[in-house]
Ligand binder design. Structure first.
Ligand code: KIV
Ligand code: NA
Length: 265
């Protein structure tokens, strides 16, 4: 199997072929999603609330994420693995951004990094790219800035339209190889996708982006409760796991497990 490279993603855009991206944080998910032909896997800072049990993406640290990145990169044959730079690990300075990106490449063996921010982060993106590290940008609603943005709000409406477009152009100009558009109107996503040469990856950005990304536990129905409007559940994994755990518990309590076929003599 040929490794996915950033130029392949650009070629898919040129051919008008949409592509899927999923998060992954460990070996089995990485193996399965690689086998399913998902070209890009993201070790998101969403591990904060999907692996570590924090309530937002803000608390997770570089030291917590690097081992997850390492597990994913060890497990793929073909997928391009993008490591998300967590809150506080790149905002301080351009130098800090490069140093953190280098850690994810050296210690995590990532193939690219992602960071949140538009035109104000163009210098950081440019410096990381100059260090030889591909950067995926992330604009629109950026969860690390939740408190500044005033909560989970759709971006790009009314006065916000031009601002999101300006961010998109700036990150392309800075050398990003792709840009995530999160919770923006379908109208602004369509405009940006048309304007840019680099692929756009939508999450809550409508049908016209070059790619679509979801958090895997949302996509597979492992996370329960009310999901955001942009999530589609393709399976009910929580029910499957709950059923298996209950059956195991019942069989242990009922002296049915282990059976003769599981037993050594
Ligand atoms: O951390 C994450 O999972 C993300 C995607 C939703 C784009 O940034
Ligand atoms: Na993220």
């Amino acid at each position: 199997a040929k490794k996915v490279r950033i130029h392949h993603l650009r070629e898919l855009k040129e051919r008008g072929e949409p592509w899927p991206m999923l998060t992954a944080y460990d070996m089995y998910t990485a193996e399965l999603f690689d086998e399913a032909g998902i070209p890009v896997l993201l070790v998101g800072d969403s591990a904060s609330n999907n692996v570590y049990g924090y309530d937002t993406s803000l608390p997770v640290t570089v030291d917590e994420l690097i081992p997850l990145v390492r597990g994913v990169t060890r497990s793929v044959k073909r997928s391009l693995v993008v490591a998300d730079l967590p809150f506080g690990s790149y905002q301080v300075s351009v130098e800090q951004a490069v140093a953190t990106a280098v850690r994810f490449m050296k210690e995590g063996r990532a193939h690219a990094v992602k960071l949140e921010g538009g035109r104000h982060f163009a210098p950081h993106i440019q410096a990381i790219v100059r260090a030889g590290i591909p950067v995926m940008a992330h604009i629109g609603f950026t969860p690390q800035s939740e408190h500044q943005l005033g909560g989970y709000r759709v971006q790009g409406r009314n006065d916000g339209f031009d601002s999101v477009v300006a961010d998109a152009r700036a990150v392309q100009e800075a050398g990003a190889f792709a840009v995530v558009l999160e919770m923006v109107t379908a109208e602004v996503a369509k405009q940006i996708t048309h304007d840019l040469d680099i692929p756009t990856v939508g999450i809550g950005a409508g049908p016209d982006t070059d790619a679509q990304v979801l958090v895997w536990q949302d996509m597979i129905g492992l996370r329960r409760g009310k999901a955001p409007k942009f999530v589609k559940r393709y399976a009910d994994m929580a029910d499957v796991m709950l059923g298996a755990a209950r059956s195991f518990a019942d069989e242990v309590r009922g002296h049915q497990f282990p059976g003769p076929e599981h037993t050594f003599h």
